[in-house]
Unconditional design. Structure first.
Length: 273
């Protein structure tokens, strides 16, 4: 028997688990600096993302931050077409047959000071309403492959916006459910891959990430035999120098998010199957 749950909707689209917070509706220039999630596949193993110069710039200089490239999609260059900036990068889904994927926004805030008062206020409200403020992470959207019904199911951005701290673990559990069982192997592998990212952030005294995500994938199709998990940092609208934040020497918001995410995943592992 296939398990059915009400919060899921079936989907066909491949890349469609993206956020959309209220701030994106504003039409000031800086709003669009957060990116619009226009993702186009290029060839078999790359994607093109329409973005802002800041993100392209970050990818250009990413090798200056020792070790960071281990945790980001491989950057293949940027281009400007009709005044729009595009970055080309590794398609993290390329090696999967039926990828399950979740986009988790990291950090305890999603605003930066030069956004403008109105937008900052809007984002602060969303940060408080969602799990961002309390946990340092929030689930923006996820989709899983149900190998019982042989279809994709997703929980979209509107649903995810209502997730409160007491519910987020259940959503993580739903994400790692493949229609037959809770994929504890994938949870363990996720934890293993979070560890070096956590160590990197412990060492990092250079930069702070605002409104950036962790993107986690696992193979949802049991018949494939390959259970690789991918944990990568994606989406870099604001990467700020830490030395411009007096009294702060680490990206505490991101670290807190990683700690809480780790704790939630660990407790799923510890629960009965
Ligand atoms: N390198 C990648 N490989 C595969 N999918 C990706 C990659 N980067 C982003 N995506 C997908 O596209 C979505 C939007 O990407 P993101 O960089 O967060 O754009 P935006 O700036 O619009 O938030 C992500 O949630 C993810 O599903
Ligand atoms: Mg994003």
């Amino acid at each position: 028997m296939c398990e059915l749950t009400g919060i899921f909707s079936r989907i066909d689209a491949y890349y469609d688990i993206e956020e959309d917070d209220d701030s994106r509706k504003a039409n000031d220039d800086f709003d669009q600096a957060a990116g619009h999630g226009e993702i186009i596949r290029v060839g078999d193993s790359s994607i093109l993302k329409k973005t802002q110069e800041a993100e392209a710039h970050f990818y250009e200089i990413i090798s200056e931050y020792s070790g960071l490239e281990n945790f980001t999609p491989k950057y293949e260059g940027s281009s400007i077409v009709d005044g729009e900036v595009y970055i080309q990068m590794e398609d993290l889904t390329a090696n999967y047959q039926n990828p399950a994927m979740i986009d988790i926004k990291m950090g305890t805030r999603t605003w930066v000071t030069d956004m403008g008062v109105e937008k900052i206020d809007r984002r602060k409200i969303v940060d408080q309403k969602t799990t961002t403020g309390e946990l340092g992470y929030r689930v923006l959207g996820y989709r899983r492959y149900n190998r019982c019904t042989e279809s994709y199911e997703k929980v979209d951005k509107n649903e995810c916006r209502n997730i409160v701290s007491s519910e987020v673990k259940e959503h993580l559990s739903q994400y790692y459910f493949d229609g037959v069982r809770l994929r504890k192997d994938a949870i363990q592998e996720t934890l293993d891959q979070i560890e070096p990212i956590y160590s990197w952030f412990k060492e990092n005294t250079d930069i702070e990430f605002v409104s950036s995500s962790l993107f986690i994938l696992y193979e949802g199709n049991d018949h494939v035999g390959q259970y690789g998990v991918t944990v990568k940092m994606i989406d870099f609208p604001y990467v700020l120098p830490l030395q411009e934040s007096p009294g702060r020497s680490r990206d505490e918001g991101y670290l807190q998010g990683l700690e809480n995410l780790r704790e939630a995943l660990q407790s799923l592992l510890n629960e009965a199957s």
